[in-house]
Design a binder for this molecule. Structure first.
Ligand SMILES: Cc1ncc(COP(=O)(O)O)c(C=O)c1O
Length: 411
């Protein structure tokens, strides 16, 4: 038996007819750029996210770039964000000359730690002392809703209000996730979504979307994605070419109808994994592992090597009126390499999101970060490993994955 990390064919097989009809309609219209399907999808997904405004664009990376362009981020401005995320989060900041300020994550949720953000804004954080930023140039915070669970938004929004900062949610992995009953993309000033094919709502190529709270900024973003022109050929701004293709919008509209059903199935699978790992006797407790990991150069940890840590629902738990939508099911272990080896030997898909913390990436070396500046993130890069999760995953596959992972750590 081989078990993929993600099998998009199973999803496609279940909705093939509807998808082909939707694509055919676009082919018949030959209206490939900004066709009716784009606006229809923007309205549907905007309502789904409970957002005031929603605009399609070419990718999640462009969504972040457009949000930063909309607030006129200037070269030399600072944006606070998580180092434990896909590169695009910080890439967007750097692309327009901004300086990414990496602040550590919470060890249970893997999301940006609001306490670190507060310490930074109060000038007490070692990273503040290192960067010594001009306070006027600190402009925004980008919390990332990693693996499908929302960051702790209330304290982040409070800090943003106090210091007049814009909040841009990186919701690329979190469409439909909830925080205290509020949807991802509806809490901050902007929400940035990716419809990369492997995302919970995946297009047939690159695609993205930005949700916007404020009407004026929404109008600006709408123009920025169309070269800054409105009407056509009249440029009030220097924008970019970043549109959602009509064909992608048509595909996404079909899939959006199933998203809640798929997300609930992901949650069921995650909870099933939790239970089976518990029954196998390998579920452990998260202790204080970060210090030892940094001190030992990432080679050791105080985690029990015969246990794994299953995902912890913090903001995403039902009790907190939240919803983790399990874009990934990520476990952590000081025995990660052994787990990865066993999974490979049994042809079971797995992946490390992410092997290098952004504060340690070569391209940001000029900022002078040290591993110890974000120890929890550093530690997570040594221990996290994601295992198969997708709505069509079968019970026997779940059981097999648990058997292999448990066997690897019990050795
Ligand atoms: C957290 C995060 N931010 C941004 C992106 C960028 O999205 P895209 O690949 O659509 O450009 C991704 C996904 O790839 C992501 O996971």
């Amino acid at each position: 038996m081989s078990i993929p990390l993600l099998d998009l064919n199973r999803q496609y097989d279940s909705i093939k007819g509807e998808i082909k009809t939707a694509i055919d309609e676009v082919l018949e219209s030959q209206y490939f750029i900004m066709g009716d399907e784009v606006k229809e999808f923007e309205d549907e997904v905007g309502a789904y996210c409970k957002a005031n405004h929603a605009y399609g664009c070419a990718s999640g990376s462009d969504a972040l770039l457009l949000a930063l362009m909309a607030i006129d981020l200037q070269p030399g401005d600072y944006v606070l964000t998580s180092p434990f995320t896909f590169f695009a989060t910080a890439g967007a900041i750097s692309r327009i000359g901004g300086i990414p300020v990496f602040l550590d994550i919470e060890k249970d949720s893997y999301n940006l730690d609001p306490k670190q953000v507060r310490r930074f804004m109060e000038g007490e954080h070692p990273v503040f002392k290192k960067l010594n930023p001009d306070r006027e140039k600190i402009k925004a915070i980008i919390p990332v809703h990693l693996y499908g669970q929302m960051a702790d938004m209330d304290p982040i929004m409070n800090i943003a209000e106090e210091y007049n900062l814009t909040v841009i949610e990186d919701a690329a992995q979190a469409i439909g996730a909830e925080y205290k009953g509020r949807r991802a993309g509806s809490v901050g000033d902007f929400g940035c979504f990716s419809f990369f094919p492997s995302k919970n709502l995946g297009a047939f190529g690159d695609a993205g979307l930005v949700t916007v709270k404020n009407e004026k900024l929404a109008e600006k973003l709408d123009i920025l994605r169309l070269h800054g022109a409105k009407p056509k050929y009249h440029h009030s701004l220097v924008g970019i070419n970043s549109r959602l293709d009509t064909i992608q919008a048509a595909v996404l509209s079909v899939k959006l109808k199933y998203l809640d059903e798929w997300s609930e199935r992901r949650r069921e699978i995650a909870h099933r994994y939790n239970r089976l790992f518990e029954e196998a006797g390998v579920s452990g407790e998260l202790g204080d592992c970060s210090k030892s990991c940094v001190e030992m150069g990432g080679s050791g940890c105080s985690l029990n090597p015969n246990k794994i840590i299953t995902p912890i629902e913090t903001t995403g738990s039902k009790e907190n009126n939240g919803r983790h939508i399990y874009h990934q099911y990520t476990i952590r272990s000081s025995n990660r390499d052994q787990i990865a080896k066993a999974l490979s030997e049994h042809n079971i898909g797995h992946s490390v999101y992410y092997p290098v913390s952004l504060h340690e990436q070569e391209c940001f070396a000029y900022l002078g970060y040290q591993p110890k500046d974000c120890p929890v993130s550093h530690c997570a890069t040594k221990q996290a490993i994601s295992i198969p999760i997708f709505p069509e995953l079968k019970e026997e596959e779940i059981e097999k994955v648990v058997e292999v992972v448990s066997g690897a750590v019990k050795k």
